[in-house]
Design a protein around this ligand. Structure first.
Ligand code: PLP
Length: 370
């Protein structure tokens, strides 16, 4: 039996999302004026309204995108283009969808410092205006929850983009209460389809268009809309929000048992996940072992986990997120991330605890790749 512990990378599609997707797979172009177009439009409108309500936004503020990555790109590049200023404030622990996009603008980049627990802790850079601030709500590797409300407050007139890809469907989101300018989410992280994302965008200031086309989605994300995916996103989000309170408690209990079990069974473990953190995240290092060896040995034992960022797996190097939190290269290279989700049970935790000591000692014997 295989145990999937990589929910921060993606998660199995929820049955409600599959059902909504299949039901509306034949929906035609919601931009057409004839009957079948109007029918598709009505499904799209219902999905948009439901998503808006679940995330504390107005329906017009919901922009459907093709991924979380696309939502981050449209927001960062578009807000930068909309501003006369040439400075962007972000953090060193952003996902590449934000950090690489920020770098690609050519703007002067200032990075908010991060403490040893992986949390942004000094907001003084926000005292000077910038074209935008981009900060994630929770980190995909460590799970560390960032002080986004304080960042929005301290930013004042500077627009703030929040990458909430790891938070949507896992913790409550109220876009209006948060006061951010834009917010990115990704459907496959909460049991919707892969290749479908959301950008919440206030009416003003709005990002300038980066893509050009038929003017759909307020011109911010032109292109014929995928109605079936929109319906599936709404169904997945609705179920995720409905079970959220119970899941937060259940997952944090399982995660705590996994952490204490590993720390008891294996010598010299360094835990990177520090509170406040996402309930299902556990990122730790086994110094002396190579992350990729650990992942391979776990895989052989039927446990699917990752070293951290989905995008950097397969590349044998220390994570920038851990280095930014002051972790040494040696320790960072022995990192493994377990992320729990809806199908995780006590049995999953037991399965990891049954093999972890042997896996780590074998990986430590194999040593570091030099
Ligand atoms: N931002 C964060 C924090 C992520 O964890 C991810 C995915 O790993 C993304 C953005 C990109 O989302 P997507 O996979 O939908 O492109």
């Amino acid at each position: 039996m295989t145990h999937f512990l990589d929910h921060a990378a993606t998660m199995p599609m929820r049955q409600v999302a599959i059902d909504a997707w299949v039901t509306h797979a034949q929906a035609l172009n919601p931009g057409s004026q004839y009957g079948s177009g109007r029918q598709a439009r009505s499904v799209l409108d219902t999905a948009r309204e439901r998503i808006a309500e679940l995330l504390g936004a107005d329906p017009i503020e919901v922009i459907f995108t093709a991924s979380g990555t696309e939502a981050d790109n449209l927001a960062v590049t578009g807000l930068y283009a909309a501003s006369p200023l040439d400075r962007i404030i972000t953090t060193p622990i952003e996902h590449p969808a934000v950090l690489a996009t920020v770098r690609a603008t050519g703007a002067t980049v200032d990075l908010l410092p991060v403490d040893a627990g992986g949390h942004v802790h000094d907001l003084s850079l926000l005292d000077t205006p910038a074209a935008l601030v981009a900060c994630m709500w929770a980190n995909n590797e460590t799970g560390a929850i960032q002080p986004v409300a304080s960042i929005v407050e301290a930013a004042g007139e500077t627009p703030v983009h929040v990458d909430a890809v790891q938070v949507a469907g896992r913790l409550p989101i109220d876009f209006h209460a948060l006061g951010a300018t834009t917010l990115a989410a990704s459907a496959h992280k909460f049991g919707g389809p892969r290749g479908a994302g959301l950008l919440l965008t206030r009416r003003s200031p709005a990002p300038l268009p980066v893509l050009h086309g038929g003017g759909q989605e307020r011109g911010i994300r032109p292109g014929t809309l995928d109605v079936a995916s929109a319906a599936a996103i709404a169904a997945a989000l609705e179920e995720a929000v409905g079970e959220m309170d119970a899941e937060i408690l259940r997952l944090s209990g399982l995660r705590d048992r996994l952490r204490s079990g590993i720390c008891e069974l294996v010598p010299d473990v360094i835990v990177h996940t520090a509170e406040p953190a996402l309930p299902g995240h556990l990122h730790l290092s086994f110094p002396g072992a190579e992350g990729d060896s650990l992942i391979m040995l776990l895989d052989q034992a039927g446990i699917e986990a990752s070293t951290g960022s989905a995008c950097s797996s397969g590349v044998n190097r220390a994570s920038d997120v851990l280095l930014a939190a002051g972790v040494s290269d040696y320790v960072a290279r022995g990192a493994v991330r377990f992320t729990l989700g809806r199908e995780t049970t006590d049995e999953t935790v037991d399965a990891v605890l049954a093999v972890i000591a042997d896996v780590v000692s074998r990986a430590r014997l194999a040593g570091m790749a030099g």
